[in-house]
Design a protein around this ligand. Structure first.
Ligand code: SAM
Length: 261
């Protein structure tokens, strides 16, 4: 365990790093403190904290582009973030599947959202569908949330954005469906079983959970069968009903209806 002045220096170093400056300061501090507690050497603690923060966010959205809301620009913004870039080719199909099963997506809660809310809005506009009546978007990166906020404002949407670390918190926002896209593997790496509490606390009858089926490099390394087994075991434990499952070119969707709904 390191002394407090050394921990303070560690927090200053990590939060000042270009790569992590967009992550909410309280989360950076918490990660630094947790890693400092496990180690005696400041350098090792700094390395471990940076590795964790990179796993949480850095690997997925390193690049940023200026925001505009013409269709091409919205697509470019989504293409600058790995998760939405991979979804671009089939996003319309995936959102239509969820909408059909849920019976409308008027109120959406999007947790660990990245820029997916921008993609959802772009797809609604492309398909000539009304925008959601309410969209709540949460992440731990301020830059992402600013982009989403700007999108909501531009289209005059009733939307809310906020910082929420799903490892410790879950927003209580009533919605038709809660989206948990590609975040469960990240949470599992940090805290086993945490996603079960997040789903339990989600204030919506339906929860849409997705998993990547290819590595970031695009390789098929048998992730789909592994996540199918993982999620089937969870569903058996939790007792939720699987209403829809589909594998898209690089993403596996499970739509569940919560037991208490
Ligand atoms: C793999 S991306 C998925 C983004 C989006 N859900 C999608 O599929 O397009 C992971 C996102 O989760 C956010 N994130 C990582 N750890 C988080 C946590 N503990 N709580 C909330 N958001 C987190 C990251 O900042 C990043 O935007």
């Amino acid at each position: 365990m390191l002394d407090e002045p050394i921990i303070q220096a560690l927090i200053t170093e990590v939060s000042g790093a270009k790569r992590y400056r967009h992550i909410d300061a309280a989360i950076v501090e918490q990660v630094c403190r947790e890693e400092a507690q496990k180690r005696n050497k400041p350098k090792e603690a700094a390395k471990a904290a940076k590795r964790r923060l990179h796993q949480m966010t850095g690997a997925y959205c390193d690049k940023h582009i200026a925001l505009s809301f013409a269709p091409d620009e919205m697509a470019a913004l989504c293409a600058a973030h790995a998760s939405t870039k991979e979804r671009l080719p089939f996003a319309g199909e995936m959102f239509a599947d969820i909408r059909q099963q849920v019976g409308g997506m008027e109120r959406v809660a999007d947790l660990a959202c990245g820029v997916n809310p921008v993609l959802y809005v772009a797809e609604c506009l492309r398909a000539n569908l009304p925008l959601p009546r309410f969209y709540a978007a949460y992440d731990i990166r301020h830059d992402v949330l600013e982009q989403v906020r700007a999108c909501f404002d531009h289209f005059g949407m009733d939307g809310t954005t906020g910082v929420c670390d799903l490892l410790t918190d879950c927003p209580d926002v009533a919605a038709d469906v809660t989206l948990l896209f590609k975040i469960v593997p990240l949470l599992e790496r940090q805290q086993k079983g945490r996603f079960e509490q997040v789903i339990a606390q989600a204030n919506s009858p339906f929860v849409a959970v997705t998993f990547p089926t290819r590595s970031l490099g695009g390789k098929n390394v048998g992730m789909a069968p592994q996540y199918r087994r993982f999620f089937a075991a969870y569903l058996q434990r939790a007792g939720h009903r699987l209403v829809f499952e589909k594998e898209y070119p690089n993403e596996l969707l499970f739509l569940i209806e919560k037991e208490e709904a």
